[in-house]
Write a protein that binds this ligand. Sequence first.
Ligand code: SF4
Length: 357
Amino acid sequence: MPVELLGKSAEELREYAAALGERPFRAAQLYHAMYAERRFEFAAMTNLPAALRERLASAEGGRITPPRIVRRFPSADGSIRYLFSIGGENEKRAQIEAVFMPREGRQTICISTQAGCAVDCHFCLTAQLGLIRNLTAGEIVGQVLVALEENREQLAPQTNVVLMGQGEPLLNYDATMSAVRILLDPKGVALAPRHVTLSTSGIVPGIERLGKEKIRPSLAISLNASSDEQRNALMPINRKYPLDVLLESCRKYPLRPREYFTFEYVLLGGVNDTPEDARRVVRLVANIRAKVNLIPWNPGNLPYRAPTAESIEEFQTILVEKGVPTFVRYSRGQDVFAACGQLALMETPSPFVALQE
Ligand code: SF4
């Protein structure tokens, strides 16, 4: 039975190579071919001798199973939402999504860490799926590799990865961190730690565990409310980890020089976007090295409305005047349901490219 290799660390590949009777440098070559060169077929790994390529491709060898593209949903703004199929022989089949967003000088890839999500944030369409299953490390890192390979003709020099698609990354901690280590490994995908951001709804034990990691991504906290009462209503996880507990874990987090938190705040018109909310947010993030990203609500099949341009500006001004770096982030890919909180396997009437199943 072939062994799945995608997602394996350098150490795990060394063990695999040793079991085949191969020397450790062959494992390093395989690691380089998969993660640095994005080769998914053994036959294309020209850095390996032909005999080894054949052996790897044989029944007792290995296999590399990247997420399979089911559909592409290109947005008018240039971003592309991918609907992927994962699973098969050993893992339950599921569909997940990732979004590729090109910009001047860089591309940002938003990936999923779970199929569906159990956290149940009320403004999030993914929550309506419930948790289908955790992704493996290979399924997580595979989304980045496939999106890069798909767009290889137009890649900019810098790649950012945000773990903000379907799922709560800190509730699939081990697989997520195995994938992140490959993304950040200079011999792997070779991304800079400040260019990989893990976004959490506020799973405090996961934040504490992440703080102890030697190699870790930047951390973003989905705040979205200025009081416990408001946050309980929007994000039931707040009942388990209320604001004072969550923010205390941020204050204790061992930020490195030049590292900072990002607090994400989805502005819901008439719900959490008043000047009083802004003043409370200033007090909440006091003494935390952080910036705030304001994300105006994207219309979806949920009972919220977008904030007005005036309320967005006033909210931002209050934070900035109190010394909190604050940016307004307009989500991309809204026409193809690729925006924040919209990843829920939505079929859209927009033009898309359907691939062979
Ligand atoms: S916002 Fe994130 S954590 Fe909350 S339900 Fe959606 S996917 Fe899960």
